[in-house]
Design a protein around this ligand. Sequence first.
Ligand code: NOJ
Length: 448
Amino acid sequence: MPGFPRNFLWGTATSAYQIEGAVNEDGRGPSIWDRFAHTPGTIDDNSNADVASDHYHLYRQDVQLMKALGAKAYRFSVAWPRILPEGSGTPNPNGLDFYDRLLDELLTNGIKPFVTLYHWDLPQALQERLGGWTSRDTAKAFADYAGYVAGRLSDRTKHFFTINECSRLVQLGYGLGFDAPGLKLPEAELNQVRHHVALGHGLAVQSIRAHAKPGTKVGPAENMVVCVPAIETEANIRAAEAATGDLNAGYLTAILEGNYRDTYLARTGKNAPKYTAEDLRIIASPIDFVGLNVYRIDHYVTAADNERGFALAPFPASFPHMDAPWLRLGPEAMYWAPRHLAKLWGVTSIYITENGTSAADEVRADGHIYDLDRIMYLRSYLTQLARATSDGVPVLGYFLWSLMDNFEWADGLAKRFGLYRIDFETQRRTPKLSASFYSEVIRRNAIV
Ligand code: NOJ
């Protein structure tokens, strides 16, 4: 039975817009996701997150769900438009009240809070005033907001993640238009957006250090491009490492190396981002850990006799995936992603900030939800995580996505990722079989 290091931190994860609801309460301003979700044709099942999992009102009950799992930690995000309805300026005096209550509730129940500062719900005012992340000023506004929140919450939580999934927010929000703000920008502008997000991360790290209590720790939560050796030969492993550095060059590599690699600049050519040496220093501001959202293998890699030293193998049409076409089954991602971080950049503290799957859950006649596919997925990924920690890869904790069903962005309420089912009519929470599986894993600190 593969086990985990002592004190391994088992948790669950959520984000504000996906669960809170209460979009018009206590002075919250609109976010780009409110606007997007209310635009006809954007969300698959025509739902929105006006109510979502109603966590804003049911958070006490939800902390009890965590407790029932035996979870030791919880990753949630703060909604920027609750704190600064206009995006910047004077904070809403009631903006932090909900998070104050939530933090107190978590601590009373012995659950360690990890706070994400930006999980995609940009204040709509900043989209209108500045063009969102197309503007450098959004990076500055983010840093001000992050410093303010960390200053106020760091008496009770020591861990902050800056930005959730830069890669997706840029690609799907500004490139393909599937996510808010729904833009389809040309490549040069897209690379500039990515640069501003990286800059926002670095400025936020500095602002958090300036405002938070001593001992506060900060890092990104990124969906790195996961490159796995197609077959684990020495040559393929070297190739997968080379691919990792190269294919993450616009964000994670820049944060960890303080530079945009020549290969990235050559590849983007006239579409490369515009930046200064000072920008790069800010982007590479020292961090305390790296958070990784790991769902799938992006590329199987082989060694190749070319300039890059690697080749990406094409996926056959029959490659298996979970309940979403993008969610290819690739448990080895959970071994190689953190191992690459440790090996390539000497990262010594890693958290798996998300991992999980949607499934076509059904409530059976006996009232139970037998989500065996989710259990199979989790068991196989956790086996690879155990392989990583027993090889000495410094993963300190794991946050399962997600505690409960929620608003899965453009897939709406139809794609369910929770350990707890939510009946969105009644807001009733029901544990799925995977909740029992996960609580056994936590209890034994080993895969069951
Ligand atoms: C990553 C995102 O951070 C989260 O918001 C989303 O729900 C999950 N992936 C599943 O798609």
